[in-house]
Each structure stands twice: as structure tokens, then as C-alpha cells.
Design a protein around this ligand. Structure first.
Ligand code: SF4
Ligand code: SF4
Length: 339
């Protein structure tokens, strides 16, 4: 609490797209209640704060910090350390902070390959001298520095202790508001907070449990990209051969994507009891593939299975789109440490 008795709220973005901030603003008129209840201590997206403002706060000054974005570089990590020190409650807000999300897909390649793609082999780049960003550059006025670009993208809890996790890319506004109401109740009326380490603003079961599409036995002969098929509007999408991550994804969004005919991408992360979202999906896919039969020659059967699996575009990027940093894979091997 502060001089005026109001709790302090912070929101920060590390390696992210800005969607999490938009989602907070999408709680509509409830944002007025947030403004009434909290003093904003740090929120670069909406107000001009400097890092030195945060550095000057006493430790634990911020009551709750919503931290979105993955840890892609040294600045992201320094800000995570600073905000951990200055916050009583630190929340990994959204999929990037929770489990790496899209930025962590670059763990499927190397820093060198990422730089080559971005700065050399990119149709929108004109870089004949093959100049790469440098950590330190001397200019007439002195030294300019850029953060160190990490080889491996990490989630927030891989660099600092995190109190709560709110999944989603981005988290859905009604759930953000539900979480904020719990926080407001705790800070202003002494109501209990969920146990530390909880995943909040989401369900516990698999998304299929809240999906209203009709489910029958799943027997799939091949998979389709969304543009290749007009799905039955009522039947489970996976049964129709459209990759839908509902089996391996936490409920809570209301099955938004399947409700409009698009397979769930998995942005709420794995449900309770599932350690690795991609591995769970892989095992689900393996159990519903229906090609060949037991009496077939093993080589022929293997070929048929491979043909069916080849109809899945980018399996690693599909199954681990949001959860690479938290996965048991972590990153591709490259003969170096994972710093
Ligand atoms: S797999 Fe997808 S479409 Fe099928 S029931 Fe689960 S969430 Fe719904
Ligand atoms: S359906 Fe899946 S991808 Fe779509 S919002 Fe829900 S969890 Fe995210």
C-alpha cells in the first residue's frame, strides 16, 4: 500500500507482441475500477515510466506485477529480476511469460541461424555489408549498447520465482477481470488468494470438456489444412482430420477457436496432470490414426503411417507452438550450452 492507501499495480512487457496489454484494456469499463482501486506504479504501454523510477522503489513496493513476454535477451532478464525484487506478487501473464510461446519456437533453431534469417536471408532486408547488431558500439558521443541476445528463450519462471501463472495468447478479458477481482478482494478486503504457484484465470480440465462439438470415436486417415476442407459445423474438428489441440490444452477460454470452426492452437497450455503439451498431443494423434491393418507387412504399414503423418504441416511448431520453453525438449541440440 502507499501514501494514499491504494495498492500498486505494474504491468511490463518483455519479449512479446503487445496483445496481453490489449487484452487487459479489453476488460472494457472495468478498467475504471482498476484505475479506482490501484495506483499504477509501472506500465510502459500506457504511461511514461522510466526504469530508474522502479529502481528507486523500496523492495516489495509494487503489490502486484503482471509480467508478460518471454525472456529473449539480457534486458528481459534484468527487468524480470528487478520487478521480482520490487513486487510482492509476480504473475507470469500470458503464454510467453508462462511457457515461452511463439518467441520460444526459435529454440528449434540456433541464435546464429536466427540472425542469418533475420539480417541476411530476409526478402525485406537490404544488408549488403552483412552488418549484425553488436552488443557495444563506439560513437563520437560514447558507447552505445544493446542487450545480449540469448541462445535459448526462457519462460519467466526459468529466471525468477513466480507466484501465479495466467495462461492464454492472450488471456481472455473475462478471465483477466475475474483474476483482478480476486486480487482486489485480497488487497482491499483481506480475502484469500489462491495457493502460490497456481495457474489462475483458467480451468483445470482439457479444452474438449468445454467444447460443444459432437464427439464420436476418432479414426483419422489423414489430416487437412483448414483451407483444404469445409468442416461439418457440429462435429469434432479432430475427427474430421483438422488438427485441434483441445485434448492437450487447458480449458478456460470457452473453446473459442473450435466454436468458429478453427482448431485449437493450444494457447492455454497443458491441462492439470500433463507435463508436456506436445508429447500429449503426439500420443493422442498416434492413438487415433487409422491406416492399414495388423496383418499388413510392417514396411508397408510404416509407409502408410508416414504418409498420414506427413499430412501434418510443421509438427514441432504445431504441437509446441506455445509450450517450447516448458517442454521436456527445451531446445534443439547444438553442441553448446543453453545459455
Ligand atoms: S478436439 Fe477440438 S473440436 Fe474436438 S472436441 Fe476437442 S476441442 Fe472440440
Ligand atoms: S481455443 Fe485454444 S487456441 Fe483458441 S483461445 Fe482457446 S486455448 Fe487458445
Amino acid at each position: 500500500m502507499t501514501e494514499n492507501g491504494k495498492p500498486k499495480l505494474a504491468m511490463y512487457w518483455a519479449s512479446s507482441c503487445g496483445g496481453c496489454e490489449i487484452s487487459v484494456l479489453n476488460i472494457h469499463e472495468n478498467i475504471l475500477t482498476v484505475d479506482e482501486v490501484f495506483d499504477i506504479a509501472f506500465f510502459p504501454c500506457i504511461a511514461d515510466f522510466k526504469i530508474k523510477d522502479v529502481e528507486a522503489y523500496p523492495d516489495g513496493y509494487i503489490d502486484i506485477c503482471l509480467f508478460n513476454g518471454a525472456i529473449r535477451n539480457s534486458e528481459n532478464e534484468e527487468m524480470a529480476q528487478l520487478l521480482r525484487q520490487k513486487s510482492k506478487v509476480l504473475v507470469a501473464f500470458g503464454s510467453c511469460a508462462y511457457e515461452g510461446c511463439i518467441p520460444a519456437l526459435s529454440n528449434l533453431t540456433t541464435k546464429k541461424a536466427t540472425f542469418e534469417k533475420v539480417y541476411f536471408n530476409n526478402p525485406t532486408i537490404d544488408n549488403p555489408d552483412r552488418i549484425l547488431p553488436q552488443h557495444s558500439t563506439e560513437v563520437a558521443e560514447g558507447e552505445l549498447t544493446l542487450p545480449h541476445f540469448y541462445h535459448t528463450v526462457k519462460s519467466l519462471d526459468q529466471v525468477v520465482e513466480v507466484d501465479y501463472f495466467i495462461p492464454g495468447c492472450p488471456p481472455e478479458p473475462p478471465q483477466i477481470w475475474a483474476v483482478l477481482q480476486v486480487v482486489i478482494g485480497a488487497l482491499t478486503a483481506g480475502q484469500p488468494l489462491p495457493p502460490a504457484g497456481s495457474i489462475i484465470g483458467a480451468g483445470t480440465m482439457a479444452l474438449c470438456d468445454e467444447c460443444t462439438r459432437e464427439k464420436k470415436e476418432k479414426t483419422i486417415k489423414r489430416f487437412f489444412r483448414p483451407y483444404e476442407i469445409q468442416p461439418n459445423p457440429d462435429q469434432c474438428l479432430l475427427e474430421q482430420g483438422i488438427i485441434c489441440m483441445g485434448i492437450a490444452t487447458r480449458s478456460g477460454c470457452g473453446a473459442l477457436c473450435p466454436s468458429v470452426g478453427i482448431g485449437c492452437r493450444g494457447c492455454y497450455g497443458p491441462p492439470d496432470g500433463v507435463e508436456d503439451q506436445g508429447a500429449k498431443m503426439l500420443s493422442a494423434i498416434a492413438s487415433v490414426l487409422d491406416v492399414g491393418h495388423e496383418s499388413m507387412d510392417e514396411d508397408v504399414l510404416e509407409e502408410l503411417i508416414q504418409e498420414a503423418v506427413d499430412t501434418i504441416a510443421d509438427p514441432a511448431g504445431t504441437f509446441y507452438r506455445f509450450s517450447m520453453a516448458h517442454s521436456i525438449l527445451k531446445r534443439v541440440k547444438n553442441g553448446k550450452g543453453a545459455a
